[in-house]
Design a protein around this ligand. Structure first.
Ligand code: GLP
Length: 254
């Protein structure tokens, strides 16, 4: 093995350690900078971290790929926040956040036992007016509001939810009690935020939100949760796998 080849390997390894140090340091800073803030130039950052422009660019490439910065040609580099893609896999809010390297948290806004509203009763397969558990939460990622979530659960989960930690994962609570959340029917639409929702999500009045209606069921197709969540539209994208065949079953919901 030639000396030059060995030197190149060593440089790449050193560059790897430096590159990782830059990504970790900048990631920590991005979390505390407001979206849209302009970052120093590549030259200034390379000098600050005492690395080559190439090593710095590698670090910026990773941060941009992860959604934490955006480089605009001729303008500069700006702080962004990762956009969470809600795709084809049945996931919880907690799992969605962790998948993007974001720390989830929640504030419990309300908990009660109420007569099921007609739409909720229908979605949960219950008689209208049947008692259900109502939970409202404000969900965060890295301390930033992401969605307001209003959930209803069949009354059989009352004790579990009354005693569980509702500021962490409700799906983990359900799974821990032996419920296998096996299916999800999801509907998504744009919805103008109420002034309360806009305030909770740190949005301007009349801002749009993504309204996501979820009905989760267990492995015997018994509904276990209806949730209507209002997501910040700048933080989410919904991806849908569309079947190619005209005869694919389509579901038209009233
Ligand atoms: C998704 C759904 C919510 C559901 C949540 C459970 O985000 N859209 O309706 O309540 O998962 O998340 P967690 O288990 O983190 O509480």
């Amino acid at each position: 093995m030639t000396t030059a080849f060995t030197a190149a390997i060593v440089e790449a390894q050193r560059g790897g350690a430096k590159y990782r140090r830059i990504v970790d340091a900048m990631l920590d800073e991005m979390r505390h900078k407001p979206q849209g803030e302009r970052l120093p130039s590549e030259r200034v950052l390379a000098e600050r971290f005492e690395v080559s422009r190439m090593t710095l660019r590698q670090a910026l490439d990773e941060l941009e790929q992860a959604g934490w910065i955006e480089r605009v040609h001729g303008s500069g580099t700006f702080v962004r926040r990762p956009v969470v893609s809600l795709g084809q896999v049945l996931t919880s809010f907690t799992q969605d956040m962790r998948a993007r390297g974001l720390t989830p948290s929640a504030t419990l806004l309300g908990f009660d036992v109420v007569p099921a509203p007609a739409e909720v009763a229908s979605e949960l397969g219950l008689p209208a007016g049947e008692e259900v558990v109502w939970i409202e939460r404000l969900r965060f990622a890295e301390g930033e509001p992401m969605c307001v979530e209003v959930s209803h659960f069949p009354i059989r989960f009352r004790q579990l939810l009354e005693t569980g930690d509702l500021e962490s994962s409700v799906h983990d609570l359900l799974r821990g009690s032996g419920v296998n959340i096996a299916s999800l029917v999801r509907r998504v639409c744009a919805r103008t935020a109420t002034s309360r929702t806009a305030r909770l999500l740190d949005l301007s009045d009349n801002a749009s939100t993504l309204e996501i209606d979820d009905v989760f069921a267990d492995d015997s197709q018994q509904p276990v949760q209806h949730a209507r969540s209002y997501y910040r539209p700048d933080r989410y994208v919904v991806s849908v796998q569309v079947r190619a065949h005209a005869d694919a079953p389509t579901e038209v919901r009233a």
